[in-house]
Design a protein around this ligand. Structure first.
Ligand code: CP
Ligand code: NVA
Length: 329
């Protein structure tokens, strides 16, 4: 059986294939309970703290609502409002917060920092996104895919765009662990780093899936069951990078032609936030500067029935609840 009690959740590479599978199943139980209005304050009396060194909507709110639903007390520390990082080291912060709290969520920059936090906190630490990985997101993503297809093994998953960012890295490892065929469809310069591809391929061997790197969009997206993309410039990257990213990725937009080339039942996924139109201040600014109204996904695909992005967003809450429960119970 699976026992994650007392463990941290820092990257999927630390989990067995069975543990990843278990978290998806547990998420389904929590989703049913929430939908049916069945109370589940299983962690009453515990307290958690959410540390954010980057901004967030979904991850922060998921941890808060999931924490309240489980009966816990929740503290949120926004970027810059604690001593951490500038006046106090991660190591000391970990040793202080570990005395107060039963679990710590951390969103920040380098993966080393979240690993260091977990090393010294003495309580479970959950990675709410680093530059390298976004592991809580994956449980929601694959739950969403399974809800649509009834199974995961053997499905073809395609990630288009910046295939070396945190989301792409985690998707590749999650696919391998769950027996899903993974394709990174991007220009060669943005293929995932070799070391991680090798690790994914080793895992994929066990589960019978494949890891493919493809820069031809037609070939890469042919027959895909799930087409996934993410913003072309991630948090922490300099704004100046937009221009070169757009040049590299403008032919890798998920649009109707891509979805038509995919499987007839294909779904579209995006972790969000997304630049599918210019309705945000930042979107407007980038549009004006670079003249591209839609970035990683066309508005048409984003708003189509194939798009499951809001189910996916909802699933963040149910899956984060499962992760906290599994590690704190
Ligand atoms: N997908 C995701 O992590 O969104 P937030 O940045 O809003 O948390
Ligand atoms: N790759 C994006 C994901 C946001 C949820 C970023 O790191 O900004």
């Amino acid at each position: 059986g699976v026992n994650l009690s007392g463990k941290s959740f820092l990257k999927l590479l630390d989990l067995t294939n069975e543990e990843v599978r278990y978290l998806i199943d547990l998420s389904k139980d929590f989703k049913s309970m929430k939908r049916a209005g069945v109370p589940h304050k299983y962690l009453e009396g515990k307290n958690i703290v959410l540390l954010f060194e980057k901004t967030s909507t979904r991850t922060r709110c998921s941890f808060e609502v999931a924490g309240y639903d489980l009966g816990m007390g929740v503290t949120y520390l926004d970027p810059g409002s604690s001593q951490m990082g500038h006046k106090e080291s991660i190591k000391d912060t970990a040793r202080v917060l570990g005395r107060f709290y039963d679990g710590i969520e951390y969103r920040g920059f380098s993966q080393d920092l979240v690993e260091e936090l977990a090393k010294y906190a003495g309580v479970p630490v959950w990675n709410g996104l680093t530059d390298a990985f976004h592991p809580t997101q994956m449980i929601a993503d694959f739950l969403t895919i399974e809800e649509n297809f009834g199974h995961l093994k053997g499905l073809n998953f395609v990630y288009m765009g910046d295939a070396r960012n945190n989301v792409a890295n985690s998707l590749m490892i999650a696919s391998a662990k769950l027996g899903v065929n993974f394709t990174a469809c991007s220009p060669k310069e943005l293929f995932p780093v070799e070391d991680l591809v090798e690790k994914a391929r080793e895992i994929a061997k066990e589960t019978g899936s494949t890891i493919t790197l493809e820069s031809d969009v037609q070939k890469g997206t042919k027959g895909a069951h799930a087409v996934y993309t993410d913003i072309w410039v991630s948090m922490g990257e300099p704004d100046e990078i937009w221009e070169s990213r757009i040049a590299q990725l403008k032919d890798y937009q998920v649009n109707k032609a891509v979805m038509d080339n995919a499987d007839k039942d294909a779904i579209f996924l995006h972790c969000l936030p997304s630049f599918h139109d210019t309705q945000t201040a930042v979107g407007e600014e980038i549009h004006e500067k670079f003249g591209l109204p839609e970035m990683e996904v066309s508005d048409e695909v984003f708003e189509s029935p194939q798009s499951k992005v809001f189910d996916q967003a909802e699933n963040r809450m149910h899956t984060i609840k499962a992760i906290m429960y599994a590690t704190l119970k």
